[in-house]
Ligand binder design. Sequence first.
Ligand code: DLL
Length: 436
Amino acid sequence: MQSHQIWDSQHECMPREELEQLQLERLQATLNRVYKSVPCYRNKFNELGIVPEDVSSLSDLSKLPFTTKEDLRLNYPYGMFAVPLREVVRIHSSSGTTGKPTVVGYTKNDLKMWSNLVARIMTAAGLTHDDVVQIAFGYGMFTGGFGMHYGSETIGAAVIPMSGGNSEKQIMIMQDYKSTALVCTPSYAISLADLMEKQKIDPQSLSLRFGLFGGEPWSEAMRTEIESRLMISATDNYGLSEIIGPGVAGECYCKKGMHISEDAFIAEIIDPVTCEVLPPGSVGELVLTTISKEAFPMIRYRTRDMTTIDKTGCECGRTMARMKKTMGRSDDMLIIKGVNVFPSQIEEILLAIEGCEPHYQLIVDRKGSLDVLEVCIEVRENIFFDEMKKQRAFLDKVGKNINSVLGVGVTVKLVEPNSIPRHEGKATRVIDRRVF
Ligand code: DLL
């Protein structure tokens, strides 16, 4: 039986009015602290003629300046810390692909709070102290491994700190140690499922019941694929290093959006172009403010992640707002012949087609003044390669389905099995060959 427990019902089920009062108090305390101790915030507030006392309601939050990755780069490495380094007990950094990574710090209290936030999402997914949790997120500067590790220990589960990679060994450990939960990126879960299939391992012979996935966008179709191939219940978990790591939001067993821990983070949705705050239910960029962190508070951090927020109650009893699966980052959005396309939308369409593998790559190029998109898909076995007619019909179907849902024409190419690189961590779905 799946557990329907709630880790911290006092906070997770708080009536909204009480929650908003708590958010306001914590926000004011955070603003006072950052104004005193972080020059970047003090300067930005001063430029706008704002002092922390000007924020007397939650709606006043919109008066405050945004914080971006650029601010973190300019203050590299420790400039945004709100406590002296002697109070910091842990340092992580983000997995940025360009420039210097961003450095984040945690005090002892921050680590305790982080562990409890992750304990919430693990409990929400159905895990208890009876579980054996195999963590296949990287340990190290990435927050995924350590974050999920401490959360699992907090709920009293037995943690196997496997870290990412070494897939043969992952499967051996899963079999021998009887892991009941797998924690990794969704794309790595697919890689493990592929390997099991190759080794003719029946997922039913394993003890796996849960998969807690996150760290990258993935579609509902991908969830269905993982759940049926590994015979588990798969939940989505969202977070980012700048805010804390995993533990910002996670799904409960209802799987209708990820509950944001709103007693620790205030979430807003803005228009990524005009930066205006959008009304509830709109799709836009998620902006997060931390209200209980000591070492590295973030005020109105622009995540670049596109989603929507639902504040209506959930069947599970939690009152915390839910964010939808993210469509991707606003900077991953492709504009193909004027149409906005997120890789996750293409994934959803591909996986709904019989014979499509969850291994695909999108290649964007520019022909003249037009952007063109090529969708490369791996096919299962070589069946299609010997039957031209079937192959053509398949390519046609993929192209037509994408065109009818997204309204863009794409070229579709079949590639050999195993020719698209596999990743132990986050997958690279888009190759951009455009020269600007
Ligand atoms: O990926 C933290 C994390 C680890 C979350 C493990 C969940 C599980 P970063 O490396 O800083 O931190 O990358 C953060 O990854 O802004 C999103 O674009 C993306 N991301 C993270 N989780 C999800 C998710 C970790 N569930 C960036 N769905 C974020 C979609 C996600 N995108």
